[in-house]
Design a protein around this ligand. Structure first.
Ligand SMILES: [Zn+2]
Length: 315
């Protein structure tokens, strides 16, 4: 099919899916052909991995099988390069190489640890990012270094990302991209680079959904009900370049800890939220599918959060 015709076809199919019978049937979805599948979701946060001890290796094949079962049309595949991010580095080159035969389904990202910037500075970083873009990278992340959110080396990295136009998906807690209650470090980044898309993920970001969050919440899964909106709502509303990644235990917890607040939060921020799972291990339990399907979200909200916003950001 020609590209434009295929796009129209995909659009039509996804709108049919969202009209009722396409959504919420992860149990009876029939995997069809690997290529050009039309699914309910774009997952903005998955990983592939190397063999590690007794765990089954999460290969590209395993990932695609899992996507077929859960009606995930495309996934954004994130390297993990910082020593604080994962016990075994998942390099950008590995992600680019493994995803290369499946670019219709797998969208690769690139990552650079800001502490290596002393080698090439901003110029060297921009050159490296351009090389990754030439090889197919559509975003930056998972950005997860053990430095402060607004560390001077991080700021040089953000400047470089701003120059090449890649969205940055970052992990924020008390030991990676650290920030204070109210997220002043992140706000400084948003203000300094208003064209750089920042996508918030992990415990520190999601604890800040609560206006009464304390620093210890940044490294945990708070279960208190939420009495007033926090920094997450404020930054999403005030900064067009701020987005939220709903993946992982932290994303699911932020919504499920107070379902009434969580549902209203998704509806009022429907243009700024991205469906994601953080799938990184074969057999991993993923709460997101059931959680959102049981929330009775309006069809247009689901369309944006499940797919539309990600299509806009990751091309
Ligand atoms: Zn992750």
């Amino acid at each position: 099919m020609k590209d434009t015709r295929r796009r129209d076809f995909l659009k039509k199919m996804s709108s049919i899916a969202f009209m009722g019978f396409g959504v919420g049937f992860s149990g009876c979805y029939q995997p069809s052909s690997r290529r050009n599948m039309v699914g309910n979701y774009i997952d903005v946060h998955v990983h592939i991995g190397h063999e590690w001890m007794k765990d089954e290796h999460l290969t590209v094949k395993n990932l695609l099988d899992w996507m077929d079962v859960h009606s995930v049309e495309k996934s954004v595949v994130l390297p993990l390069v910082s020593p604080e991010s994962w016990f075994y580095p998942v390099s950008t080159d590995y992600v680019l190489k493994e995803t290369a035969p499946h670019r219709d389904r797998l969208i690769p990202c690139c990552s650079i640890d800001p502490r290596t910037l002393n080698l090439g500075g901003r110029e060297g970083t921009v050159l490296l990012l351009k090389e990754y873009i030439d090889k197919g990278a559509k975003g930056f992340g998972e950005h997860k270094p053990g430095v402060a959110m607004d560390d001077s080396r991080n700021m040089v990295l953000y400047e470089s990302l701003n120059e090449v136009g890649l969205p940055c998906l970052f992990h924020l807690d008390n030991s990676r991209n650290m920030d204070k209650v109210g997220l002043p470090g992140l706000e400084k980044v948003l203000k300094t680079y208003p064209d750089l898309v920042m996508i918030g993920h992990a415990n520190g970001w999601w604890a800040s959904i609560d206006g009464d969050a304390v620093q210890a919440d940044f490294q945990s899964y708070p279960d208190r009900e939420i009495n007033r909106q926090g920094a997450v709502d404020r930054l999403l509303a005030e900064y067009p370049n701020m987005y939220g990644d709903l993946s992982a235990g932290s994303g699911a917890n932020a919504i499920s800890r107070d379902l009434e607040f969580g549902r209203a939060f998704i509806i009022r921020n429907a243009d700024k939220l991205l469906f994601g799972t953080d799938y990184l291990k074969v057999g991993q339990k993923i709460p997101q599918f059931e959680l959102y399907e049981n929330m009775d979200l309006p069809a247009d909200v689901r369309a944006k959060v499940y797919k539309g916003n990600a299509e806009r950001l990751f091309g």
